[in-house]
Ligand binder design. Structure first.
Ligand SMILES: Nc1ncnc2c1ncn2[C@@H]1O[C@H](COP(=O)(O)OP(=O)(O)OP(=O)(O)O)[C@@H](O)[C@H]1O
Length: 246
């Protein structure tokens, strides 16, 4: 049974030498370093979330409020600095362009590697289906990912990550780099995957998307949960009204 339990979770990013970039500080060095200077950024601050099968959570909040970091914690990319993270079920994370690929490897090898990491066998049929979904030229399969544009790279990552259903689907806002045609096609495939997944967590600035897809929206602010809002399912009455008007 799929579940996610985060209990009082914090994530601190260490800032290695980040205070020494200014010229003044480089020249004056230790002389101007204030005592007790913070050398971390707390990106996620004391967050508790419980999700069971059927939960669809939207993560909202301004830039830098901790949405992506929270998704990475759930995906196991980062361990928490404190608190407890317990996730059960197979997780498909769609977390962005640099997630888990080697840009020097050719596209086909990257796809095979990503499939193996998620416990799937990269058979010829699976690889062909994924490549057909990308709509990229056949020959590009044998080119290193370094030669792909952002949108092309996203097509490859999206097609691979969504090739199989997931228990837990984690989505960061990332479809922005693909063109309109692929975005429409991707949203259809995504909605299909969302409907099959037990738990879905989406980080986005797109409120209508969150309201269409989620059962609740968590608003983050400086890494903390500022509020949690339940999303009302569209009432059958208003649907009937709309149908009658049409
Ligand atoms: N690798 C990193 N090293 C240091 N600090 C980081 C790192 N990644 C993110 N941060 C910091 O952590 C905080 C949260 O960032 P995060 O990317 O999780 O926010 P976000 O809500 O997803 O933002 P956006 O809406 O812009 O995507 C920010 O203050 C950011 O500067």
């Amino acid at each position: 049974m799929a579940s996610i339990n985060l209990h009082n979770v914090c994530l601190d990013y260490p800032l290695y030498g980040a205070y020494d970039f200014s010229l003044k500080r480089r020249l004056l060095g230790h002389l101007i370093r204030e005592k007790g200077e913070t050398r971390i950024i707390r990106a996620v601050d004391n967050v508790t979330i419980e999700a069971e099968a059927g939960t669809r959570i939207g993560l909202a909040g301004p830039n830098g409020s901790g949405k992506s970091t929270l998704l990475r914690l759930i995906a196991g990319v980062y361990p928490p600095s404190s608190g407890r993270v317990a996730v059960s079920g197979n997780v498909v994370p769609l977390l962005g362009l640099n997630a888990g690929v080697n840009l020097d490897f050719i596209a086909e090898d990257n796809i095979a590697l990503l499939l193996r990491i998620s416990g799937r066998k990269p058979t010829r049929a699976v690889l062909d289906e994924i490549w057909a979904f990308t709509e990229l030229e056949e020959r590009m399969q044998r080119l290193p990912l370094r030669m792909f544009s952002s949108g092309m790279l996203m097509r490859v990552l999206f097609a691979t990550a969504t090739a199989f259903p997931a228990d837990i689907l984690l989505l960061d806002e990332w479809l922005s780099v693909v063109d309109e045609h692929f975005a429409e096609k991707a949203e259809r495939r995504l909605q299909n995957l969302v409907s099959q997944a037990a738990i879905v967590i989406i980080a986005s600035h797109d409120q209508p998307l969150l309201r269409r897809t989620c059962t609740s929206i968590i608003n983050l602010d400086h890494g903390r949960i500022a509020s949690t809002v339940a999303v009302e399912p569209p009432s059958p009455f208003s649907f009937e009204l709309r149908e009658q008007r049409a």
